[in-house]
Write a protein that binds this ligand. Structure first.
Ligand code: PMP
Length: 375
């Protein structure tokens, strides 16, 4: 779309041109990766090449990578393997973790959105030893980076048989992912959050970490997930993973733009609050809260000017429900429904931020004017 400012990378990223090119090329060729003839072998080469590229992104061996239909599926699969056992997950996980099973226990977070390590330690010490811990690397709404290595260290020091999963969807391409150094047993990834196609992801499992069959049928994905592989999608994911690693340095260019954005909005509206401002965050994300100015109103006004951002609330049955993530961080309903999430990525330019500031200022001034008139 022309003249569009897209600042919703945490929802989905634009696909990188080289990925589109590769996926289209593969899509126009025939070949089932399980076929023995040359067409099949060609498709297989793409799938296995992508497995190596995704393995490189996480610092694992290709045999540890299982391709899935996205991170929702990967997250569900890990939790469901531990059905009936004690599972602790952070209170700010994606719904594909929080809602995967009815009886998971939530580990609280601090008002800054970091795992509450004291509460976590207590939960580890009390009751039945947990079988699984799941804590995300980077939060999708605030960009907060969790101390996953420290969390794993604490959990495994107390219970050596415990398994640890991390949802690394929002970390890929933003910060280095080192599966062995994190000492986790499982990791979920999603292609469309790193410049790849939608509907493809991966579950990475440590050697010996149990995985329940995802789908029964043929022998694909080492008999774990039956069904003809999405070769074009998987190959696109592989290339996106490779580019996520090689482009990572470039990612830091976003930091001064985010700082400028937060400083400018604060200058215009001193009452504005940035969620998790003092916690370690990825460079690309900010959650701006302006209590009393509903995020949905801001979102729609921005959309009219072709600026796409997200809000800390989601529409459910016609009403806007505050985000459980912000509520878990101790935000009130008003703050949580007045929060805009701005997320940048590989194609963002400084002019996008400048345009956002310019349009947002007009929206804010209009809202202030209206408040004055009705007072
Ligand atoms: N985890 C996180 C942190 C996410 O942001 C998302 C996407 N919104 C998912 C999981 C789900 O990924 P997918 O869209 O591939 O199912």
């Amino acid at each position: 779309m022309k003249n569009t400012v897209y600042l919703d990378y945490n929802a989905t990223t634009p696909i990188k041109p080289a990925v589109v090119e590769l996926a289209c090329e593969i899509m126009s060729a025939v070949g089932n990766a399980s076929s023995v003839h040359s067409h099949g072998r060609h498709a297989r080469k793409h799938v296995e090449g992508a497995r190596q590229q995704v393995a490189n992104l996480a610092g694992v061996t290709p045999g540890q990578v299982i391709f899935t239909g996205g991170a929702t599926e990967s997250n569900n699969a890990v939790l469901k393997h531990f059905t009936g056992k004690r599972i602790l997950v952070s209170a700010i996980e994606h719904p594909s973790i929080r809602n995967a099973l009815p009886d998971v226990e939530f580990i609280p977070v601090t008002p800054d959105g970091l795992l509450d390590m004291d509460a976590f330690e207590k939960m580890l010490d009390e009751g039945t030893p947990p079988a699984l811990i799941s804590v995300m690397m980077v939060n999708n709404e605030t960009g907060v980076i969790q101390p996953v290595a420290e969390i794993t260290r604490m959990a495994k020091a107390k219970h050596k048989d415990i398994f640890v999963h991390t949802d690394a969807v929002q970390a890929a391409g933003r910060i280095k992912i080192d599966f062995p150094a994190l000492n986790v047993d499982y990791m979920s990834l999603s292609a469309h959050k790193m410049g790849g196609p939608q509907g493809v992801g991966a579950l990475i499992a440590a050697p010996g970490a149990p995985v329940t069959k995802f789908i029964h049928g043929g022998g694909q994905e080492k008999r774990q997930r039956a069904g003809t592989e999405n070769v074009a999608g998987i190959a696109g994911f592989g290339l996106a993973a490779e580019l996520a690693v090689s482009d990572m340095e470039n990612y830091q260019r976003l930091l001064p733009w985010r700082e400028k954005l937060e400083a400018e909005i604060k200058r215009i509206a001193p009452e504005m609050k940035v969620f998790s401002q003092n916690a370690p965050r990825v460079a690309s994300t900010t959650a701006l809260c302006l209590a009393g100015l509903p995020a949905q109103t801001q979102l729609m006004s921005l959309d009219l000017e072709n600026i796409a951002v997200s809000s800390g609330s989601a529409c459910s049955s016609g009403t806007f429900k505050p985000s459980p993530i912000l509520l878990a961080m101790g935000a009130g309903d008003e703050d949580a429904t007045s929060t805009l999430r701005i997320s940048m990525g590989w194609a963002t330019e400084e002019t996008d931020i400048d345009r956002f500031i310019e349009v947002w200022t007009k929206i804010y001034e209009r809202a202030c004017e209206k408040t004055k008139q009705s007072a």
